[in-house]
Design a protein around this ligand. Structure first.
Ligand code: NDP
Length: 346
């Protein structure tokens, strides 16, 4: 086979893929957990197409996907390409539904070129929103906010007080704005004054509490004088401990994520205030966005219409550095270093 010259480290006939080399130790991810493989670029078989990936979504769940533990999906295997949502363009196709040039979003993995059979792939409209946004607020994190708030949290509206943690992030920002658009009073929780100002002043939440400033419990009492009807939990840990005793009778808690535990070096001791579930007769429900995989069009339609009308604010934090920067960029999620949906440009 003739070898095309390397352009920016990538041969025109090659796929660069980030592969799991070993299971990580507890804590933040170290770059040696992965290796980069330079592979021949595969040709699509009948019913398949090939995508040139431009943006890889970095998601907190990735830290869990590389552990050898029971979860809602199989762990990424040693030697397998790292699982990831990504967006790019079709560059070759033998699939009747996709043609070269189509902009697409799907589970393409952390690699420059992916082969797909179209399963769970969404064709996206770049005139409606830039490509990176289709792995963010209009992609999987946005769908999580939509199904989490409308289905799991019971679609709270006027008269309800909703609290959302990791409120400035990809999921929390959407979840909170949905509740606000539906008329609820919404209180965010985020780390630091800059993120809190963004949540309040740009996303339009009623208030935002800085959990890093200390005394979150007193802040919640002041911000939620009638108690909390709905808690959309993205973080678990001490924030959950502070919210649970302030829940109203028959309130709902959506357990969307536990990022405080994901890169921790030891398991959490909590939740400490589990008793509130009994005394307040709470409905606590875990959610995994994959459960609504056949209904993503619904979320895209609702979020897309608000976005087009200028009523939904979405922010991406797009980082450069390519595959080599994957591990260090991913760690930003567990240290609060991202401002909005974290995306890696390839
Ligand atoms: P974000 O964009 O919100 O980024 C993660 C944020 O979490 C950080 O910026 C940081 O914000 C906050 N954080 C990190 N460590 C801690 C900590 N110890 N205590 C409190 N907050 C912390 O990420 P996503 O929106 O993509 O994900 C948010 C949550 O939603 C995650 O738990 C994720 O696993 C979950 N998720 C669940 C899905 C599902 O199907 N169930 C689907 C997608 C995401 P700050 O600086 O404010 O602390």
């Amino acid at each position: 086979m003739s070898r095309a010259p390397a352009i920016g480290g990538l041969r025109a006939t090659h796929n660069r893929a980030l592969v799991l080399a070993r299971r990580p130790a507890p804590g933040l991810v170290t770059p040696d957990v992965f290796r980069i493989e330079d592979r021949p670029r595969a040709e699509p078989a009948e019913g398949e197409f090939r995508v040139a990936v431009r943006y890889v979504s970095l998601d907190p769940a990735m830290r869990g996907w590389i552990n050898e533990a029971k979860s809602y999906v199989k762990p990424v295997g040693i030697g397998e390409v790292m699982r990831a949502y990504a967006a790019g363009h079709v560059e070759a196709s033998r699939h009747p539904g996709f043609v070269p040039g189509d902009a697409v979003q799907g589970l393409f993995g952390v690699q420059t070129h992916a082969i797909s059979n179209g399963e769970r792939v969404v064709k996206v409209d770049e005139t409606q929103a830039p490509l990176a946004r289709w792995v963010g607020g209009l992609g999987m994190p946005g769908w999580t906010g939509w199904f989490g708030m409308t289905e799991v949290c019971g679609d709270p509206g006027a008269g309800k007080t909703v609290v959302v943690s990791a409120a400035s992030g990809a999921v929390g920002s959407i979840a909170g704005q949905i509740a606000k658009l539906k008329g609820a009073r919404v209180v965010g929780i985020a780390g630091g004054p800059a993120k809190c100002a963004y949540v309040r002043d740009t996303l339009g939440f009623d208030q935002c509490l800085d959990y890093k400033a200390g005394n979150l419990a007193a802040g919640l009492d002041a911000a939620c004088p009638s108690g909390i009807d709905v808690y959309f939990d993205n973080v678990g840990g001490e924030v959950l401990d502070a919210v649970l005793p302030r829940m109203n009778v028959f309130g709902r808690v959506a357990v969307c994520g536990m990022i405080s535990a994901m890169a921790a070096t030891s398991p959490p001791d909590g939740p400490r205030n589990w008793r509130a579930i009994l005394t307040q007769r709470l409905t606590v429900r875990g959610l995994i966005v994959f459960d609504w995989a056949d209904r993503t069009a619904e979320a895209i339609d609702a979020l897309g219409r608000w976005h087009a009308a200028g009523r939904l604010v979405i922010r991406e934090d797009v980082r450069s550095g390519g595959l080599e920067a994957f591990a260090d960029t991913l760690n930003l999620l567990y240290t609060g270093g991202n401002d909005g949906k974290l995306v890696l440009a390839l």
